[in-house]
Design a protein around this ligand. Sequence first.
Ligand code: SF4
Ligand code: SF4
Length: 371
Amino acid sequence: MAAVGITRIETYDAAAIRESFERLLDETGQSDFVRPGERILVKPNILAGFPPERAVTTHPAVVEAVLGAVIDRSAIPIVGDSPGGVLRGTKTVYAKTGIADVAKKMGAEIIPLEAKGARKIPLPDRQTLHISKIVDEVDGIVDLAKLKSHSLELMTLAVKNLYGLVPGFRKAEYHKIYPTPYKFAGLVVNLYSHIAPKIRLAVVDGIVGMDGNGPSAGRPRKLGIFALSDSAPALDDFVENFVGLKKHSPIVNVLRKRGLIPDYEVKTLPPAPEKPKNFKIPSNLHLYFLPAWFTRIAGRLVQVKPGVDEAKCIKCGECFKSCPGGAISMEIGRTPPKFDYSKCIRCYCCHEICPVGAIVFKKSPLTRLVE
Ligand code: SF4
Ligand code: SF4
């Protein structure tokens, strides 16, 4: 039986978070989540170089609190992720998210995971999964996820956060091989299955989470949710229920289908967070809640295309560099992106990576009507 612990935290005060974290560990029987001398990868969600107040990345105060708990147990933490926008410089990304500062303060090393090389794992469908070699080098992983809506997978939580262990540009490449939300969810769950024995703890930072057009252009929302578990799938299942989704995300559905969500007990520590009212999902995914037979028949007529808000676009080229379909053309620094929809696979990587929220969802008249 897995254990999920949840409590309410109102502000990003590292000392207060540490106190709640230790209480949750006690209450859920996970105080020994690391042992002396172990090397532990602490894996925040560092999607790209967004400042903490945008609620795109795991907040540095949460990272600081967890690093403190690892260090006080005489284990050796290493902080690492493989962010998007890495072409702009990984150092800049860690600095902008505030995570470089807390790692320095706590004396923890930062390791850009793409610099470690990758281990290749054959998959049942004859594809190859690349996972950073750091996974082999550490004794355990602490998964520090951010609670956010997601324009492809509906939600990003603890299991999706592990996708950052795929180094660099390969993250976008897999969208070409697994172009639909469910195919991609299958890949993420395969990745989880390989890493699961190393996961010591999964934590979700929803103190300020994100709803709407996440995972980067949504609305930061004060939710007060801070939750952890020894099982990442159990934690995701619980959090999706808690925020009130009418239907689970593809990742949680695939986990369930493969029997990877264990039974779990929930411990709520006072003060309890309130269930969010009206947690908004990305506006391109409203059709996700329609019956499957309808979307099968309506096909491309109800798909949502990416477009650009030229007034917002700063012509940085991040979308162009991240597009796995080669569907974007532009002159970086001179013109906004143009889309070739015959090549677009609707992965929404461009939406995810745009630093200013300039990628918009263009809906057909039928889509708007159905909505
Ligand atoms: S749409 Fe966004 S990511 Fe693309 S060039 Fe404009 S600002 Fe950059
Ligand atoms: S244009 Fe955007 S949604 Fe289409 S393939 Fe490229 S990144 Fe994906």
